[in-house]
Design a protein around this ligand. Sequence first.
Ligand SMILES: C=CC1=C(C)c2cc3[nH]c(cc4nc(cc5[nH]c(cc1n2)c(C)c5CCC(=O)O)C(CCC(=O)O)=C4C)c(C)c3C=C
Ligand SMILES: [Fe+2]
Ligand SMILES: [Fe+2]
Length: 338
Amino acid sequence: MGKKGVLLVNLGTPDSPKTKDVRKYLNEFLMDDRVIDINPITRALLVKGAIVPFRSPKSAKLYQEIWSPENGSPLLYYSIKQAELLQESLGDDYQVELAMRYQSPSIESALEKLKAANLDSLKVIALFPQYASASSGSVYQKVMELVSKWLTIPDLSFVNSFHDNELMIENFAENGRKYQPETFDHVLFSFHGLPQRQLIKSDPTQNHCLKTADCCATLTDANKFCYSAQSHHTARLIAAKLNLTPDQYTICFQSRLGNDPWVKPYTVEVVAELAKAGKKRMLVFCPAFVADCLETVYEVSIEYNEEFKALGGEKIQLVESLNDSPLFVEALRQMAIA
Ligand SMILES: C=CC1=C(C)c2cc3[nH]c(cc4nc(cc5[nH]c(cc1n2)c(C)c5CCC(=O)O)C(CCC(=O)O)=C4C)c(C)c3C=C
Ligand SMILES: [Fe+2]
Ligand SMILES: [Fe+2]
């Protein structure tokens, strides 16, 4: 019997927090036609002419704030840990490799190692709990492009999403419980944002997403692959584990890029409204990320915290991500062997 392969893929991070490496990363990331899904000429003009030149030095400063002298980027550090722990847990019948959709380690290099192992099967898990064309879709497209050229293609499968994975939900709830959610004035579930255009394009019925204010209130056949609907579902499941009632929490979306409308409400606006409403202490979960990264460690813990305090709030407390927790490794193990 040959080995079974498992490929874990996260988004990627710059090779270093220097402007030149951030520029290289942003160029590869934002030139992906699933990420900036517009006419290719307009995309190239926008990305290479405007976004990357202006954003790279600014983002480099932010990356410098979160870069650990020993471990580098938290996203890469914890992704490596997750792959190592999963390998340990699965044992010698499996070969686990980690890749990043952008930059290093590349999907090409990880697939080369897996090809050399003469695998019986390959399971690919994009490390995004909620499906989006811009994240998981892009990973799976890239894997398919590369594996389609192999002479022998093993049994190949993908995990579309794991927004409702019981162990993942429990892991977020467990991380949150340590902070005693009941002692906070309000709880936020802040997900990475996405252009509204991408939700609408991905709606198979073309008659559901964003047609009503509560289109994400339940998961149905029409919105089962919708990033926003899956995000709402994840948040409701974590909230239920913590016995939070709907008035105690808000679901919102962060990290908007550009001027087009993204999924609402925007976290930055929710934070401002809650500060103005007199809320003092807020607990923030970021369940679109399975590892801490720039969007959690900087954007939530530093940027939103400062904005909240400037408007009269006292503290925004980030609930750490799943990182190297045994519960998440077990969730990955169960997905890998399913
Ligand atoms: C949760 C999954 C993610 C989706 C969906 C996603 C969509 C998306 N992102 C951008 C633009 C940027 N994202 C950036 C950082 C970033 N994004 C994700 C995940 C998703 N993005 C992660 C995990 C990270 C952190 C990476 C790290 O190194 O820690 C950035 C770079 C940082 C910055 O300059 O602010 C950009 C830019 C778009 C346009 C998009 C969907 C269309
Ligand atoms: Fe992003
Ligand atoms: Fe939707």
